[in-house]
Design a binder for this molecule. Structure first.
Ligand code: SF4
Length: 380
């Protein structure tokens, strides 16, 4: 049974109403459980992500900080996204790459890709996230078959955020060196999902939902989950992200998991958020995921502003992107914002982000040695 079958055990509206009616007594009981470091269940997650728990965000953030330092030390993993293509055959109402948007389209040639890799290597990154639209004839398995080994020769850790693939395709990419796969469900509200995905393969809610199952079954080491915050009620969506995570962790205990918190950003043809998440509520969400699963990678991108990213660093975040360009060719060529997926909020160079991390007493991590040693069979 995959997660799309499992999902039917919860009703969206019930979860929404239960979250809205959480009492302060319930919140204090869940916080007490977290303080005693008792494992939290999904009921506790729902309590702590509720509107009532927002009043206790300071305490949640302190607990999250303590737990993160215990598990990870004062470290921050750095990674950079590399956009291979902005071509896409889907229509998603919130995305600058949506097929109906009249933007200039390009897919990196081998020569252009090598120029991007040179530019990224010079900045010192070892963890790279490959991003594409969903245009499998142009950027599908044939492309990945030559590009992935080329990239893997030069970088320690390579993840993808591309169209959902079949299990045998993930198997093949793992053999070529793939380390991680990110696939955000965008929203777990099926009717809303269908309202904002109008055309293309992404319309298949269940196929997307089961992507993490297929990747984990194929041996992809790290699986990234998330919702696009603002597409629907964010508290309910995050409850479903937590349920998805809980299901996957029980079933695929060898895999590692990562959660991101992308808030809807302006883009070409952009869609207004249906539900707004404030900065304080984002702190709440990060802290509650940390308390829910203490070993989880929690990641924050350059969608957020520099000062706010610095404030978030000690509160549970363990990975962050830096100097991201959301357009293909953006690192080696002069920028052309007409090609980008969405507008970023933190354009600082990697060395500036590194200095900001050191200023608060944290250690930037360019290469995850545990993963490298594990890949060589030296640790498990
Ligand atoms: S969200 Fe992904 S699939 Fe949808 S239009 Fe953007 S790039 Fe294409």
């Amino acid at each position: 049974m995959s997660f799309s079958h499992y999902l039917n055990r919860w009703d969206w509206d019930d979860q929404y109403l239960q979250s809205a009616s959480v009492s302060d007594t319930q919140v204090l009981a869940a916080i007490d459980k977290a303080k005693r470091q008792h494992p939290l269940d999904l009921g506790d997650f729902k309590t702590l992500i509720s509107p009532q728990a927002t009043r206790h965000v300071r305490e949640l953030a302190q607990l999250s900080h303590q737990l993160t330092v215990q598990r990870f030390g004062r470290t921050m993993q750095l990674y950079i996204p590399l956009y291979l293509s902005n071509q896409c055959s889907n229509i998603c109402l919130y995305c600058g790459f949506s097929m109906e948007n009249e933007i200039r389209r390009m897919t990196l040639t081998r020569e252009q890709l090598e120029a991007e890799l040179d530019a990224i290597a010079q900045m010192g990154f070892e963890h790279i996230l490959l991003v594409t639209g969903e245009a499998k004839r142009r950027v599908g398995m044939d492309y990945f078959r030559w590009a992935l080994p080329l990239i893997k020769q030069r970088f320690a850790n390579v993840s993808i955020e591309v169209q959902p693939l079949d299990e045998d395709e993930y198997h093949e990419l793992v053999a070529l060196g793939l380390d991680g796969m990110l696939c955000y469900q965008e929203t777990y509200h099926k009717a809303r999902y269908q309202q904002v995905h109008l055309r293309g393969n992404k319309c298949h809610f269940e196929y997307r939902l089961d992507t993490a199952d297929r990747a984990a079954s194929a041996g992809v080491d790290k699986i990234g989950l998330g919702a696009l915050i603002g597409l629907d009620d964010w508290r309910t969506d995050l409850f479903f992200v937590a349920a998805h995570l809980d299901y996957l962790r029980r079933r695929y205990w060898r895999s590692q998991f990562s959660i991101s918190f992308p808030r809807l950003r302006p883009c070409t043809g952009g869609l207004a958020p249906k539900s707004q998440m404030s900065d304080k509520e984002l702190v709440q969400a990060i802290a509650v995921f940390r308390l829910f699963h203490p070993d989880l990678e929690l990641s924050i991108s350059t969608r957020e502003a520099p000062l706010f990213r610095e404030q978030l660093m000690p509160l549970g975040i363990t990975a962050m992107s830096a100097f991201s360009s959301t357009q293909p060719g953006g690192y080696s060529k002069a920028t052309d914002t007409a090609l980008e997926q969405f507008a970023i909020n933190d354009g600082r160079r990697p060395e500036e982000v590194e200095a900001a991390i050191r200023r608060i007493g944290y250690q930037p991590v360019w290469k995850n040695w545990d993963q490298s040693l594990s890949a060589m069979g030296l640790v498990r």
